[in-house]
Ligand binder design. Structure first.
Ligand code: 6PG
Length: 248
């Protein structure tokens, strides 16, 4: 079931996302002693990260119990300005008491297929400790963004990664970017207990309308349909201007 909440602006959206992160972490840690989250890259998460690293939020998260993974990564070194890992470090991870051992970055400086294989191996090792025999890992929270073309994670329209139904992680060559990406696959995203999309800005409005109302030729973001988990869209007014606002 898809829930939607619309906020006045990007700052209010970021605040709401940080609150959801805190609440989701508290529930997971209370239930299972840890909170396993996958972060997305791009620009939208920056606001949430900034809020989360502020004392008003960061003191409400039991960081030693938090395990951080990435939804996707660009095939660049970890100190590259394009790196999702670098963005998360600068805006969040270096500002909270998260043990280094709890940070599971993609070794995206390696050859793409090797990086994908190693990241999948790390995921399988990590999750098999707790959930042997599950076909796909159950993240407590997966945070996603959406591009103007409807992509999410590094699952771009008309790319092979969209068809992957067995592997947990793939290397995906994105023609339009002339670049390799590493991405969690749809089965992994859809196995999560909670998936939250953060979408902000008027440039996303047209695509959001298609994602919410178009039935044919699904956009990648439309293919995110958690098997049993919750799906929540956190939008700002600018992004939501072409869809019927439901009460937040
Ligand atoms: C990435 C992201 C990607 C992102 C969208 C939206 O590596 O870029 O994971 O899927 O979420 O491109 O990006 P913005 O938040 O910058 O609009």
């Amino acid at each position: 079931m898809r829930k939607i909440a619309i906020f006045a602006d990007e700052a209010a959206l970021a605040n709401a996302a940080a609150e959801h992160f805190v609440l989701c972490s508290a529930d997971a840690i209370a239930a299972r002693g840890r909170f396993i989250v996958a972060l997305s890259g791009g620009n939208t998460p920056r606001g949430m990260h900034a809020q989360l690293s502020a004392p008003s939020f960061s003191h409400r998260v039991d960081w030693p119990c938090v395990q951080v993974f990435w939804v996707d990564e660009r095939c660049v070194p970890s100190d590259d300005p394009q790196s999702n890992y670098r963005m998360a470090r600068e805006t969040l991870l270096d500002r909270v008491p998260l043990p280094a051992a709890n940070i599971h970055r993609v070794l995206a400086e390696k050859e793409p297929h090797q990086a994908a294989e190693e990241y999948e191996r790390e995921l399988r090792a990590f999750f098999s400790l707790a959930a042997a025999g599950h076909k796909f890992p159950h993240f407590d929270l997966i945070l996603l963004g959406m591009g103007e073309d409807g992509h999410t994670a590094s699952l771009f329209p008309d790319t092979p990664a969209l068809r992957e139904r067995t592997r947990w992680v793939v290397a995906n060559y994105v023609e339009k970017l002339n670049a390799w990406r590493i991405s969690l696959t749809l089965p992994v995203i859809n196995a999560a207990k909670q998936v939250i999309f953060l979408v902000s800005g008027k440039e996303k409005a047209r695509c959001l309308r298609e994602v919410f109302f178009r039935r044919a030729a699904l956009q990648p973001a439309q293919m995110v349909r958690p098997e049993s988990g919750e799906l929540l869209w956190l939008l700002d007014k600018a992004a939501a201007r072409d869809i019927q606002p439901s009460s937040p």
